[in-house]
Design a protein around this ligand. Structure first.
Ligand code: FDA
Length: 390
């Protein structure tokens, strides 16, 4: 077993870990970056359909879920989306906005990984990919991190091992276990930004694959207006993924499939001799229009529907309530909600209040962003904060 010494050990060479290692390295700190994966930053690679939605023009603390909604403010203010854009420009990368301020890299997600790797190398960090951590011990003057071939003695230890989503590419609960080892609390974790599954009675097989471009999906007092996609198992699409982060098991999800208009407005100009499904198909995908009318009974000319039947139609269209049976879980979730409780961390440095020198950054922390580049921005901002202090 080789004994080595370094200023900082970062466990997890993903988005947050690389940003932290680069920042600490640029300050002249010696850094070792340890990751059990053999391929670097797979989550960045697969993100944004291979184009990496690396940040959002409209980053605000309100776009993050956390037991303490104020925790993310300091880090987000000190390293903003514009700071990351400057970094991209310095590396000759360009970007485009898709929708709702979401920025994607023109050169693809591989270019974002190359950028981060170049920054880490510039800071002189030592890489240990394909290396697992077998033990972590606190010493009087820092920590001892043991891997199969080496023992690293460091003053600062940064945990950037991410959440539980997509275990197939190396996600583990390492960060939570380590937090518990050092007496930190964990806010219960759950898959987030994840498709819903429906009970058999709510599943409409004929709707699988139908997309509604504009819908409002709500749970409790939270709602999102984006597209909904019906699937073989339930529902997905941006609006559903967003609301899944706020959903608690047993709660209903309410869907407005026609946010732009009331039913009265839709029917006002309609031909009263036309079949109802055809009238609805002017505003909705045809298969959805047919399924909604089938839920009311036979497809009849509009004029044959009673006022009561039309009110029931309005409920199906604008207040469709469903209690999901669950979600498709961590295998498909974009992120993990919950994590290391921020009550135990300092919001400026990300350091554990009761364990000087121990830092938690990125997704392992109880800070979860909306869909749309917010999670990578949290990784950059929290990585920068810890890298400036470790
Ligand atoms: P991240 O998961 O990136 O890195 C953690 C690292 O720790 C990994 O390299 C892992 O191998 C390593 N590790 C884990 N356990 C370990 C152990 N025991 N020992 C050593 N190493 C260990 N976000 C966004 O803003 N825009 C987007 O477009 C997308 N798209 C997207 C698509 C898909 C399919 C997914 C699954 C996720 C996204 N995300 C996203 C979310 C985003 O990928 C995520 O929030 C960040 O990668 C989190 O960064 P971290 O550095 O915290 O963890």
């Amino acid at each position: 077993m080789t004994q080595r010494t370094t200023d900082v050990v970062v466990i997890g060479a993903g988005a947050a870990g690389m940003m932290c290692a680069a920042t600490a390295g640029a300050r002249g700190r010696s850094v070792v970056l340890i990751d059990h994966a053999t391929r670097l930053a797979e989550k960045i690679r697969i993100s944004g359909g291979g184009r990496c939605n690396f940040t959002n023009l409209d980053v605000r603390p309100e776009c993050y879920l956390s037991r303490n909604p104020h925790y993310c403010k300091s880090a987000l203010a000190r390293y903003t989306q514009h700071d990351f854009l400057k970094l991209m420009a310095r590396h000759g990368l360009s970007w485009h906005e898709k929708t709702l301020g979401q920025l994607f890299c023109d050169q693809g997600s591989g270019a974002v990984i190359d950028l981060l790797k170049a920054e880490v190398d510039e800071g002189g960090a030592t890489w240990r990919m394909g290396t697992s951590v077998t033990a972590v011990r606190r010493l009087d003057d820092g920590f001892e991190v043991t891997t199969p071939g080496e023992t690293w003695h460091c003053a600062s230890l940064v945990i950037a091992s991410g959440g539980l989503s997509i275990p197939q590419i190396g996600a583990t609960g390492f960060g939570y276990e380590l937090a518990r080892q050092f007496g930190l609390e964990i806010v219960p974790t759950a898959p987030a930004l994840v498709p819903f599954t429906f009970q058999p009675e709510d599943l409409r097989e004929e709707l699988a694959g139908v997309a509604v471009d504009d819908s409002i999906v709500a749970t409790g007092r939270t709602q999102f207006r984006e597209a909904t996609l019906f699937t073989h198992r339930g529902a997905s699409g941006p609006a559903m993924l967003q609301i899944s982060s706020y959903w608690q098991p047993g709660q209903p999800v309410v869907i407005d499939l026609l946010p732009e208009r009331t039913l009265d407005e839709l029917l006002a100009d309609a031909n009263r001799d036309a079949l109802l499904a055809n009238v609805l198909a002017d505003a909705l995908p045809k298969r959805l229009a047919q399924a909604i009318v089938a839920g009311l009974g036979d497809n009849k000319p509009l004029k044959q529907y009673s006022a009561k039947a039309l009110r029931s139609l309005e409920d199906s269209l604008k207040r469709w309530q469903v209690v999901p049976s669950g979600t498709v879980g961590y295998k498909k979730a974009e992120v993990t909600r919950g994590g290391v409780d921020t009550a135990g961390l300092d919001s400026r440095s990300m350091m554990a209040r009761t364990v000087p020198g121990l830092f938690f950054i990125g997704e392992v922390v109880d800070v979860t962003g909306w869909l749309g580049g917010y999670n990578f921005q949290w990784a950059w901002s929290s990585g920068f904060a810890a890298g400036s202090a470790a």
